[in-house]
Design a protein around this ligand. Sequence first.
Ligand SMILES: CC(C)(COP(=O)(O)OP(=O)(O)OC[C@H]1O[C@@H](n2cnc3c(N)ncnc32)[C@H](O)[C@@H]1OP(=O)(O)O)[C@@H](O)C(=O)NCCC(=O)NCCS
Length: 157
Amino acid sequence: MAAVLAPSSATAIDFAPMRADDVDAVIAAEQRIYDFPWTRGNFTDSLAAGYGAWLLHEDGVMLGYAVMMLAVDEAHLLNLSILPEARRRGFGSRLLRQMFAVARGKGAKRMLLEVRPSNVSGIGLYRHFDFIAIGERRGYYAAHHGREDAIVMARDL
Ligand SMILES: CC(C)(COP(=O)(O)OP(=O)(O)OC[C@H]1O[C@@H](n2cnc3c(N)ncnc32)[C@H](O)[C@@H]1OP(=O)(O)O)[C@@H](O)C(=O)NCCC(=O)NCCS
């Protein structure tokens, strides 16, 4: 059962593990959010591999989701997305904190992620949470003209 974290506020926010049944809705959101969205296979493979995959709901409506791979002492955040109409209301922060909590609970000491240098909101969120750039991966992402590098960011947990 999902944990209701804000029972006294006007709206109820909860986090729930992503299940196979959720993938259609997640893909629909993903296609609205990204020019180069994850495929169905990316999500179903992540679930099959046992990655941490979570949904954020407000009053039962899915507003965001995140996927994270857990290694021995390191968490790799693979996807963290909030629907366009729900942004700048703190949901990205809440979802990221949920991923920190899950990762810590599994013994992770550090979180890593990749982000596009052109992704102002992503970089803004991660800097807000004290992630620092630790490197880059050349040509990591598909782009409209050629490829785009990734900035690798990390933060201790
Ligand atoms: C990145 C994303 C998850 C942020 O979600 P959000 O719910 O809007 O984030 P929050 O409201 O919790 O913002 C927290 C802080 O992040 C930073 N931030 C968020 N959006 C920003 C933006 N567009 N520009 C600059 N900083 C931003 C700010 O510091 C913000 O604090 P503030 O609102 O007090 O200024 C959301 O914009 C998104 O889904 N983007 C598309 C998908 C994506 O790029 N995901 C990350 C890629 S790996």
